[in-house]
Design a protein around this ligand. Structure first.
Ligand code: NAD
Length: 460
């Protein structure tokens, strides 16, 4: 798409927004229903595309992609009326007898930029929030999950006019600056790597555009000596190795109490064999790496530690076996970069303060996980590790509960979404104070001299 054409398409979105057509409850509800119907109608095509891009099974694709989006739409449809209603709040004494409420209003034209690892979920879940909040939307998928992107394009373009939802494709490094530097969006919602997120933030800052940045990081998982090892191993395995580890909230590495390290590794190995068999390359439940670039990056990590399990690769099929490593030197690149693949380093620890030191080398992870049966240990870890989100005795599932805000902090991002949090992200919360005219006391007007003690009583 040429830049001029693109910019005139963006102007048409703005003009459409300004007609007010997207604001009514009935319009928003109808669009959410349309989106749900489209996702279900294209389900088979999406499953096939997700298999092509990432070798995702249909079941995994439902749980993490199509079903995930449908569930977000259902929640939005259920609560939309309530979310849109102005919310009455208390009024302070100085404003007596006024009333106050918070009135959500649509932002305008918003840009949503998605990554390749959950190409449907991470593009359409924010879209649900943007539609629910009454905005016009530009959708920019990742160019790397191209089969899924092609289906999403058809799904969107056959369901919505492009002056309402504009699907834009192309290389992110070109098309995103072409839009952001020449057009003022009312919000940019970006999911992807921290380094690109930084560029997006800079471009947004130039035009004072608010952003939500859903970024990456190294999410640690702690297994305490009192943890249920079998359950921990199963839950860690499924979260770390589904989608071949290409999950933003996958545990990046495990810190296990020294007294239980061998037992835990044994349980982890058992879970791996049980879930993905001796030949994961040909296993229906096991995915592939997205492309050669990621494959080469990940293969490099395999040499950085001692192999406990796995390690086989096939560049032709972009296969990397679920792999467990130990003895990783702290200066290795694997311990400075987000792994984002099926390689799990294991570290032992004897006391929590030492383990925390390792975590603190990569602060503010997107997620933090701890397995323990002790309330005190649970509290200690939750209070001592700042993170976007957390699970106790679980891994990654916090993001499936749309009653919880999902987002990072520091280098793992800013802002949050899911459920009502998405609605708020894509709305401006307008503060309204309404004051009757029958009471208009002179105390509020000059001359003020002599009123200080009264002011001190009213305003405190
Ligand atoms: P990426 O940064 O390469 O790309 C993400 C999007 O940005 C794509 O649509 C791409 O086209 C676009 N893009 C690329 N270069 C750009 C540029 N210079 N300017 C503007 N846009 C550009 O990320 P990725 O490799 O697709 O995703 C992997 C990363 O995303 C990991 O770090 C992972 O942790 C993170 N992630 C985070 C979440 C989350 O919810 N926090 C979810 C999934 C992935």
């Amino acid at each position: 798409m040429g830049n001029e054409k693109l910019l005139s398409d963006l102007d048409r979105l703005r003009a459409n927004f300004q007609t007010g057509v997207t604001k009514s409850y009935s319009f928003r509800r109808e669009q959410l229903r349309k989106l749900k119907d489209a996702v279900l109608q294209y389900e088979d095509a999406l499953f096939a595309a997700l298999d092509t891009d990432l070798k995702k099974s249909r079941e995994e694709a439902w749980v993490t992609e199509t079903g995930f989006v449908v569930s977000e739409i259902n929640a939005a449809l259920k609560h939309l009326r309530h979310w849109m209603n102005p919310q009455k709040v208390k009024t302070n004494l100085v404003n007596f007898p006024s009333s106050s409420y918070v009135m959500p209003e649509p932002l305008g034209v918003v840009l949503i930029i998605g990554p390749w690892n959950y190409p449907l979920q991470l593009l359409l879940t924010p879209l649900v929030g943007a539609i629910a909040s009454g905005n016009c939307v530009v959708l920019k998928p990742s160019e790397f999950a191209s089969a899924t992107a092609a289906v999403i394009k058809e799904l969107i373009e056959s369901s919505f006019p492009k002056e309402y939802i504009l699907y834009v494709e192309g290389e992110g490094a070109q098309i995103v600056p072409a839009m952001m530097n020449n057009y003022r969006f009312d919000h940019v919602f970006y999911t992807g790597s921290t380094s690109v997120g930084r560029n997006v933030y800079k471009m947004a800052a130039d035009k004072l555009v608010p952003v939500t940045l859903e970024l990456g990081g190294k999410s640690p998982c702690v297994v305490e000596e009192d943890a249920n090892l079998k359950v921990a191993a199963r839950r860690i395995t499924v979260a770390k190795f589904s989608n071949a580890g290409q999950m933003c909230v996958a545990p990046d590495y495990v810190l296990v109490h020294d007294s239980k390290k061998r037992q835990f590794i044994e349980a982890l190995t058992q879970s791996l064999l049980q879930f993905f068999s001796e030949e994961p390359e040909y296993n229906y439940n096991y995915g592939k790496i997205i492309n050669e670039k990621q494959f080469d990056r990940l293969s490099g990590y395999l040499k950085e530690g001692s192999l406990l399990h796995g390690g086989r690769t096939n560049r032709e099929t972009l296969f990397i076996e679920p792999t467990i490593l130990e003895d990783i030197p702290p200066e290795s690149s694997m311990m400075h970069e987000e792994i984002f693949g099926p390689i799990l380093p294991i570290f032992g620890f004897t006391n929590a303060a030492d383990a925390k030191q390792l975590v603190d080398k990569n602060p503010n992870p997107l997620a933090f996980y701890v397995f323990t049966d002790s309330k005190e240990k649970e509290r200690w870890w939750l209070e001592n590790i700042p993170a976007g989100g957390a699970c106790v005795n679980n891994v990654s599932w916090h993001l499936t509960n749309h009653n919880l805000p999902f987002g990072g902090r520091g280098t793992s991002g800013m802002g949050y979404y899911h459920g009502k949090f998405s609605f708020d992200t894509f709305s401006h919360l307008k503060a309204v104070l309404k004051t009757p005219t029958w009471f208009d006391p002179n105390v509020k007007y000059p001359p003020f001299k002599g009123k200080l003690s009264l002011f001190k009583k009213i305003i405190r």
